[in-house]
Every structure is written in structure tokens, then in C-alpha cells.
Design a protein around this ligand. Sequence first.
Ligand SMILES: [Zn+2]
Length: 208
Amino acid sequence: MELVQSVCTKCGHQIRKEVVNVYTPALRSSLQNMEYFRITCSECGHIMKFYYPCVYINEEKQFVVFFSGGRFFEEPELEAERLIKMKTENMVARLCTTLEEFIEKVEIMESDLDDRSMELFKLSLFARIHLQDPGLQYVYFYRSTHSDQLEFTLISDSGNSGVAVSGDLFHEIEEIMEKEAANEVEEGFLVIDREWAGQKIRSETGEQ
Ligand SMILES: [Zn+2]
């Protein structure tokens, strides 16, 4: 836990709050509920979004996800390692810049799914749904079900909704990516997001 300070955007009152800066699997539901990413003014009751740098670590599965809290870090690995008090070089390490991506990334990794394949899959899903809903802004992985369905949250100008799709295509992409990843060495905290997926597709098709 860490004591943080903020100022109420409504009345200017100084607010102090204890937040979790190292999330573990035991705190997964508190992360999903965004419990510590809201702050209530003790003076006027105003509730505000509150973002701060934090880390999710699963030592058993050997992965770590760092959320920058909207700040810029020259060397995010150093900040992440400072928080968790251990080295991350043998872990799968990811950097997220938005809270939504951070929560999503943790869910992907905790579901034992490959996040690169997931971003590629989401891009194709986005394209398909966008044909019917031009207001679609984001597709976030929500969870995978026991019957191998993948569920997604859709953020659209016309309102938010959800969709469940078969995991077949995803697993095909995962197989291809696994072969490719066998020759790759990862270094540092990588950003694997929609932009990464777009660049990957462009480089595969020869467009730079
Ligand atoms: Zn206030």
C-alpha cells in the first residue's frame, strides 16, 4: 500500500488515500472493480477517477504488467522492479498506458492466452463489427468461458455492449504466433496493443 495525495477538482480540498501499488492474483477482483482508481473527496463527496503507477505480478505464471498511471517513464522496468522489489528479466513483461488496457491485459494473461494473438484477433473482430457499427471505438477482452467462447466488451458511440465469439480463429492465430515467437527474444516491458497489431499486419503484408 502507498499513501497518495490528490486535490478535489470540485472544491480544492486536499485528499489522501491508501492505494494498492502491487497487485497480485489475490487482489484481482479489486483490480477488476477499479476499487483504488476512484477517489472520494472527504469534504464535498465528489468522486473522481484517480490513476497512479502500479504493477500486477503473478510469480507462479511469471508475468508482470506495469500500468504507467498516465505518466511517462523513461525506464518503466526500473519503476516496476522498484515496486515489486525483484528483477523482471525472466518474466513476460508488459507496459500499459490506460487503465482499461491494464485490466484487460491482466485478464488475458490470467486466462493463459497469448496477448499478441489476442491483439491480432481483436483487430479482425473490430473490423467485422465496425461494418455494422461505425461508432465502435474499442474492443476489450472480457473473459474466456469453459466452452471456449471468448467474450468481449464493445465500447461504441451508440452505447456499450458485449459479444461472445468462438475461440477457433483465435487458436489458429495463436499457433502461428507460437512458431514465430520461438525464435524471438523479448527485452524489457513491451507495449502490445492495437497499434502494435496494426503495425504487425502492415509489416506482414509488406506495407510500412
Ligand atoms: Zn471536494
